[in-house]
Design a protein. Structure first.
Length: 444
């Protein structure tokens, strides 16, 4: 694969090895500073830790780095698109091959996108898109994530996208003081805050905010986070919550990412203490004058005191006192975010299909086995091929009884579909021009 392409006024270099990714550190960090990045998922540290812990390198699925670095004619970095080429399976005549932004993990990388200099978003997306188009034989589809408004990157790509989805994050702009911030709050959240503090006081309890930001202390604080996050997930009452960091793989990833980011003052763990006990915790990433609030956990024994609401209130007060301008309450539209009156920031995700008909056939075949009912069967039959190691099985799947006959039928269907798709691929790409040639290929 050619690793550098010149397009119009930009040059796009494609880094394909981990050593090249490591070597991008200084330029990546400089771009973060120049672009005032406010998302931890766009940092060099996140990308390095993700590749170390989440990349797949098995026969059933393999990831290959395709980090696109966009430069102007003087060599200045305008943008970085941390792409990954995923192949399923890694070998064989029939392979699903697609490009996606680094972060192909369920729930952990909440927002995936390119990093660019302000004012160069469209130029960067156009450059990357035209660059990967020159290697269209390498992929069947591209999952474009984190696209901006219609006048930006989404406008550049919208005509070529299918399966378009929208994802929102919720950003709270901060006032100069906590009192002025409370003035803008709705009555129900004001009443909820009073109840939080008064309920503790009535029981003779007092809460305090602790901020852990020293690297080694962050590592220790993450142990409390994993414990409380898991306890909240196992709680049967209230809205369901996944234990996103149940697997050792997810925990080691988050620990490395947080340690790396803590070394430059970005990562911190907020903890609410009642007496000497940590009863609620939330991870935060502060970049410039913006704070991103990541996953949380709390002790169900203190649920009646609404300790998570208290913790968020304390974190917002602390942010105001330190001159932070905004708090990103993360993705997902739920009451715990909307009650603070944040602004909604939308990100668009869409799929660009290769012009090759066989590639489109592969994509729609992959989509078919991704339907909810089909996924359950596929998880039984060929989990290594269709699911990443980081994907947490759905509730109850570990107790799924053995279904040998169903598995046999499913395996037969999969093999038949694979052979048919292989032959279809040959026909549509013009490799087999006659019926006799089709049968010859099948029998050979």
């Amino acid at each position: 694969m050619v690793d550098q392409v010149s397009i119009a006024a930009v040059r796009v270099h494609i880094a394909t090895t981990f050593d090249e990714l490591l070597a991008l550190r200084s330029e990546w960090l400089a771009l973060e500073t120049a672009s005032s990045v406010a998302l931890p998922f766009q940092t060099w540290e996140w990308a390095v830790a993700w590749w170390r812990h989440f990349r797949e390198d098995r026969i059933s699925v393999r990831d290959r780095l395709r980090v696109c670095v966009v430069r102007d004619t003087s060599g200045r970095v305008l943008g970085i698109a941390p792409l990954v080429l995923t192949e399923r399976p890694a070998v064989g005549p029939v392979r699903l091959r697609y490009l996606q932004f680094m972060g192909a993990d369920p729930n952990i990388t909440e927002i995936r996108s390119m990093l660019w200099l302000p004012g160069h978003e469209r130029q960067c997306y156009e450059g990357v898109r035209e660059c990967v188009a020159t290697h269209a034989g390498e992929w069947d589809w591209i999952a474009w994530d984190g696209l901006g408004s219609q006048v930006g990157s989404a406008g550049t790509l919208s005509a070529n996208l299918s399966s378009v989805e929208e994802k929102s994050a919720f950003v709270l702009e901060l006032r100069p003081t906590w009192d002025s911030q409370k003035t803008d709050l709705r009555r129900n959240i004001k009443q909820s805050l009073r109840k939080c503090y008064n309920s503790l006081r009535r029981d003779g309890l007092a809460s305090s905010l602790e901020i852990v930001d020293r690297p080694m202390a962050v590592a220790d604080a993450l142990n409390d986070f994993f414990r409380l996050h898991g306890e909240r997930a196992r709680l049967k009452s209230g809205p369901p919550h996944l234990d996103v960091f149940e697997s050792p793989q997810a925990r080691t990833f988050l620990t490395e990412a947080c340690l790396r980011l803590a070394q430059r003052g970005v990562a911190r763990v907020f903890r609410l203490r009642v007496g000497d006990q940590v009863v609620a915790t939330r991870i935060g990433f502060e970049m410039g004058q913006a704070l991103y609030l990541y996953y949380s956990g709390w002790d169900p024994a203190f649920g009646k005191y609404s300790v998570m609401t208290t913790l968020v209130a304390e974190v917002i007060q602390d942010a105001i006192d330190r001159g932070v301008h905004s708090v990103n309450l993360s993705t997902g539209k739920d009451v715990s975010k909307m009650r603070w009156g944040p602004d909604e920031v939308s990100y668009i995700r869409g799929v660009e299909l290769s012009s090759r008909l066989a590639a489109r056939a592969r994509y729609f075949g992959y989509q078919a086995v991704s339907w909810p009912r089909a996924r359950n069967l596929a998880r039984l039959v060929m989990p290594g091929l269709l699911f990443r190691r980081s994907q947490t099985p759905p509730a109850g799947s570990r107790r799924t009884p053995s279904l040998p006959l169903m598995k046999l039928h499913a395996v037969t269907a999969v093999i038949g579909a694979t052979v048919a798709l292989d032959l279809l691929d040959s026909v549509l790409d013009g490799k087999v021009l006659s019926l006799s040639g089709l049968f010859a290929q099948f029998l050979g």
